[in-house]
Design a protein around this ligand. Structure first.
Ligand SMILES: *Cc1c(COP(=O)(O)O)cnc(C)c1O
Length: 425
C-alpha cells in the first residue's frame, strides 16, 4: 500500500472501506465540546447503539415474567449463554464447547489456574513476560504463594534484550527449554498491553508442551483485535475481557477457553459452582459435583443476563463485520497510522514506535515512546478531542479500532500530533 499524508487520500480510503458503515453503529463521547476522535478501544471500547435495546429486552422480560424468564419465552435465561458461543468461537478460533462467557477476567484466570497450575516439588515454576499487567502480576504472585512458594523463586520473567523494547520469540522459547525440568506453567499475555507486541502463541504452546508444562494466555488485548486460533494452536486455557476491543461495557463479562482435550478430564481439580454442574441434573440439588462437558463445566454462577445482553449486542456486530474483514482493515489503518507518524517525526528522535513493525506481531495498537515533550504532547492531543492513553513513564498508546475508526480519524490525529510536537518537543 502506497500511503499518502493528505486528507484526500484518507477520505478516499474511507470511501473504499467495506466496513465504513459500522462506525454509525457506535456512540462517540464528547471531549471539550466536540465529538472525540477515539483511539482508546484498547482500554474501553465504544458503546454500540444497539446495546441499550438488548438490555431493555431483558429488563422487560424480567418485568413481565420474573422468575419464569429462566425457563420460558424466546431465549430463556437458563441457556441464554449458548447464543454467544458461535460468535465467541469465531473470535477466539475455538470450538463452541471450548468457550463460555462468564465472570470477569482476573477471577477467571484464578479459577483456571486452580485447574492448570498444579505445582509439584520438582515442577513448580511459572514463566511469564516481564512488565505484565499488574493484575496478572498479582495473580501469579498470590497463586504461587497459595501453593507455598516464594514469587522470586517460582516466577520466571522474560525481559527484552538490552536496548530492545520487545521480546524475541527465540528468547521465550529458549527460556522455556532451559527451565523445562522445573516448569509447571507458561502464562503470558497474547498481546502485550504496554508495547502492543503479539506473541507467537503457537510456538510458545508447542515449546511449553515439549517442556511438560501447561500453557495459558491472557487475551485481554487480543480478543476481538487479532486473528486467534486457540484450538489449532493447542493452547490449554485462556481468558479475556469483553470491554476492550469487544465493546461490551465497563467491567463487563469475561470469557474462558478450555481446550477440548481437558473437556472431560476428571483429574483436573477445580473450584466448582452449581452452574458448572450437569444442567440436566442441576435442579435435583444433590451432592456430588458432575461437571458439564467443556468450558461450561468451569462456570460457577448463574448467568449475568444483563451483562451478557450488552455483550451479545457487540458480538452480533462482530459477526456481521467478520474477523477476516476486520483484520484486513485493521492492518491498513494501523499501517497508515505508522506511516503518518514516521513521516512527521522523521529521524528527529522525538518519537519512537516501540510496537513491532510486522503486522503479524501487532494488533491495532501502536505504542509511542515520547522522548521529548512527554505528557504535554498527550495533554495537547486530548485538549483537541483526541482520546488515546498515557502510560507511565512516557508512552502514548493509540489504537485505531477497525469497527469504528476511519482513515480520516488517523489523518486528523497525525495533524494534531505534528502541531503538538512543534509546540512542546
Ligand atoms: C485489562 C486487563 C486486565 C483487567 O482485568 P479485570 O479482571 O477485567 O479487571 C487484566 N489483565 C490484562 C492483561 C489486561 O489487559
Amino acid at each position: 500500500m502506497q500511503y499518502q499524508n493528505t486528507e484526500a487520500f484518507a477520505k478516499e480510503m474511507d470511501e473504499k472501506d467495506p466496513l465504513r458503515s459500522f462506525r454509525d453503529k457506535f456512540l462517540f463521547p464528547e471531549v471539550n465540546g466536540q465529538q472525540a476522535i477515539y483511539f482508546c478501544g484498547n482500554s474501553l471500547g465504544l458503546q454500540p447503539k444497539s446495546a441499550i435495546s438488548y438490555i431493555q429486552e431483558e429488563m422487560d422480560r424480567w418485568a413481565r415474567m420474573a422468575v419464569d424468564g429462566h425457563f420460558h419465552g424466546e431465549s430463556p435465561w437458563y441457556s441464554i449463554r449458548k447464543k454467544s458461543k458461535p460468535m465467541l468461537a469465531n473470535i477466539l478460533g475455538a470450538r463452541e464447547h471450548e468457550v463460555v462467557a462468564m465472570n470477569n477476567l482476573s477471577s477467571n484466570l484464578h479459577f483456571l489456574m486452580v485447574s492448570f497450575y498444579q505445582p509439584t516439588h520438582k515442577k513448580f515454576k511459572v514463566l511469564t513476560e516481564a512488565g505484565s499487567f499488574p493484575s496478572d502480576i498479582y495473580m501469579l504472585e498470590t497463586q504461587v504463594k497459595f501453593h507455598g512458594y516464594k514469587p522470586e523463586e517460582a516466577i520466571i520473567e522474560i525481559s527484552p534484550r538490552e536496548g530492545e523494547h520487545t521480546l524475541r520469540t527465540e528468547d521465550i522459547l529458549s527460556a522455556i527449554e532451559e527451565n523445562k525440568n522445573e516448569l509447571a506453567l507458561v502464562m503470558m499475555a497474547g498481546l502485550q498491553y504496554y508495547t502492543g507486541q503479539v506473541f507467537d502463541m503457537r510456538k510458545i504452546t508447542e515449546a511449553g508442551h515439549a517442556a511438560g508444562a501447561q500453557v495459558g494466555f491472557d487475551l485481554a488485548h487480543a480478543a476481538g483485535n487479532i486473528p486467534l486460533k486457540l484450538h489449532d494452536w493447542d493452547v490449554d486455557f485462556a481468558t479475556w475481557c469483553s470491554y476492550k476491543y469487544m465493546n461490551s461495557g465497563p467491567g463487563n463479562i469475561s470469557g474462558i477457553f478450555v481446550n477440548e482435550r481437558h473437556a472431560n478430564n476428571p483429574d483436573l481439580p477445580r473450584f466448582a459452582g452449581w452452574w458448572g454442574h450437569d444442567e440436566e441434573e442441576r435442579f435435583k440439588m444433590e451432592k456430588g459435583f458432575k461437571p458439564m462437558y467443556g468450558a461450561d463445566g468451569w462456570q460457577l454462577s448463574n448467568t449475568n443476563v444483563l451483562a451478557l445482553a450488552a455483550h451479545q449486542a457487540s458480538l452480533d456486530i462482530f459477526e456481521e463485520a467478520g474477523m477476516v474483514r476486520l483484520r484486513q482493515k485493521s492492518e491498513l489503518l494501523t499501517g497508515y497510522l505508522e506511516f503518518l507518524i514516521e513521516s512527521i517525526s522523521g529521524d528527529s528522535g522525538i518519537l519512537e514506535i516501540i510496537t513491532p513493525k510486522s503486522p503479524k506481531e501487532r494488533g491495532c495498537q501502536l505504542s509511542l515512546l515520547v522522548h521529548k515533550g512527554g505528557k504535554a504532547v498527550f495533554d495537547e492531543l486530548y485538549a483537541h478531542g483526541i482520546v488515546g492513553d498515557w502510560r507511565h513513564p512516557n508512552v502514548i498508546r493509540v489504537a485505531p479500532a477497525p469497527l469504528y475508526n476511519s482513515f480520516e480519524d488517523v489523518y486528523k490525529f497525525a495533524q494534531r500530533l505534528e502541531l503538538a510536537l512543534k509546540k512542546f518537543a
